[in-house]
Design a protein around this ligand. Structure first.
Ligand code: CAA
Length: 389
């Protein structure tokens, strides 16, 4: 891929991108299919990614990161996701859903204690917002945190927690004042070994099978007051602010999956012959290739644009929800479109586990669901455009 002239990359961007590409191709590609088959969590490669600095790209140096910009994060994540979307989501959730709320709203002590081990890849972080009856309508959660002296007592259940089975730390959202609805939600940092935190069984999934997902139950789980992030009642705003960053990560995951599926289809269309010519020479296939490529490049532009909007937001404090939602919406639907077309171009081989194309197809679907469904992204975009609150 040539660098697009409107987004000139720095030398550091290119070095990071190349390092992520080398790592993904040398260390992840040989194990990706087996991990998808077994559903095993990739502890070793995730640890190595931490050692190489991929887990702390946007994290300030004082907390062990490299203090690079969001575009750098996107470039590295894209390379990882081109090879394996499971490694990609672990990296994305760690860096954005888990770290960004602490970095923006947390105290100095919280940043030191809860971000530093994540930046180095020694520990894994997760984000617990959804409940069985409150997914898209996140403000209707029921889990309760009740203040008791110097601590809060947490009770309730959270679902679909990416990295839940293995995480060392969690950012958790609970109701502290039910009368205030969304303004009665607060955010907490919970350690993985906290008494009263019970992890459910690992969910069997269609795709991203090497990433681990589970339910969490909080049964009189006591958390010190100093582990509350921000003020009481600020939790919903914190959750939403974090999701804006997270959505850029998931958009990038979708871009990586789409690029891998596209490249496989492009090569196959040039090699496979039918009726005396490469199938790419038939307009039915050639036009698919054209649409796939165009949508991928459009996704990339939306993602880079969102990354730059997020970078600006670090200085101005302005929201970039619109840019993040447009990037996630378009990139995730592109990933579904491209992987679907790639399977079709490959015919029977696209359906076979001999090639990774069917894995890309299965991995793509989740990008339209988690960190806000496509319907939620359309809601955010249309509300923003129409000025509806
Ligand atoms: N940044 C900052 N503040 C925000 C915000 C944002 N992005 N979005 C909303 N807010 C603020 C609003 O300004 C408002 O504050 P005021 O009342 O002070 O003005 C408040 O939050 C309420 O906002 P809304 O009225 O817009 O709230 P709503 O109930 O209508 O919901 C929503 C908005 C966009 C639908 C939101 O509920 C949403 O994003 N839902 C989807 C949740 C989601 O993505 N879940 C995925 C969970 S994570 C996951 O997938 C698992 C994993 O591990 C990967």
């Amino acid at each position: 891929m040539t660098d697009l002239p409107i987004y000139p990359l720095t030398k550091e961007h290119k070095m990071l991108r190349d390092a992520a590409r080398d790592f993904a191709q040398n260390e992840i590609a040989p194990i990706a299919a087996a991990l998808d088959e077994s559903g095993e969590f990739p502890h070793t490669t995730i640890k190595k990614m931490g050692e190489l600095g991929f887990m702390g790209i946007e994290i300030p140096e004082e907390y062990g990161g490299s203090a690079m910009d969001t575009l750098a994060f996107v470039l590295a994540l894209e390379e990882i996701c081109k090879v394996d979307a499971s490694h990609g989501v672990i990296m994305s959730v760690n860096s954005s859903l888990y770290c960004q709320g602490i970095l923006k709203f947390g105290t100095e002590e919280q940043k030191k204690k809860f971000v530093t081990p994540i930046a180095s890849g020694k520990s894994i972080g997760a984000y617990a917002l959804s409940e069985s009856q409150s997914g898209s309508d996140a403000g209707t959660m029921k889990s309760r945190a009740v203040r008791d002296g110097d601590s809060y007592v947490l009770n309730g259940r959270k679902v679909w927690i990416t990295s839940g089975p293995v995480a060392d730390y969690f950012v958790v959202f609970m109701v502290t004042n039910p009368e205030k609805k969304q303004k009665g939600i607060s955010a907490f940092l919970v350690e993985g070994n906290a008494k009263g935190l019970v992890r459910g069984k690992k969910e069997p999934k269609l795709g991203i099978r090497a990433s681990a997902t589970c339910e969490l139950s909080f049964e009189d789980c006591r958390v010190p007051v100093e582990h509350r992030i921000g003020e009481e009642g600020e939790g919903f705003k914190i959750a939403m602010t974090i999701l804006d960053a997270g959505r850029i990560g998931i958009a990038t995951q979708a871009l990586g999956i789409a690029e891998a599926a596209y490249e496989a289809a492009r090569q196959y269309a040039g090699q496979r012959e039918a009726f005396g010519q490469p199938i790419g020479a038939f307009q039915g296939t050639g036009f698919k290739i054209a649409d796939m490529k165009t949508r991928i490049e459009a996704s990339r532009l939306l993602i880079y644009n969102a990354a730059i909007a997020r970078e600006n937001s670090k200085k101005t404090g302005e929201r970039y929800s619109l840019e993040a939602s447009m990037a996630k919406l378009f990139a995730s639907e592109t990933a579904m479109f491209v992987t679907h077309q790639s399977v079709q171009i490959h015919g029977g081989m696209g359906y076979s586990k001999e090639l990774p194309v069917e894995r890309y197809f299965r991995d793509a679907k989740i990008t339209e669901i988690y960190e806000g469904t496509s319907e939620i992204q359309r809601l955010v975009i249309s509300r923003s455009e129409l000025g509806i609150k």
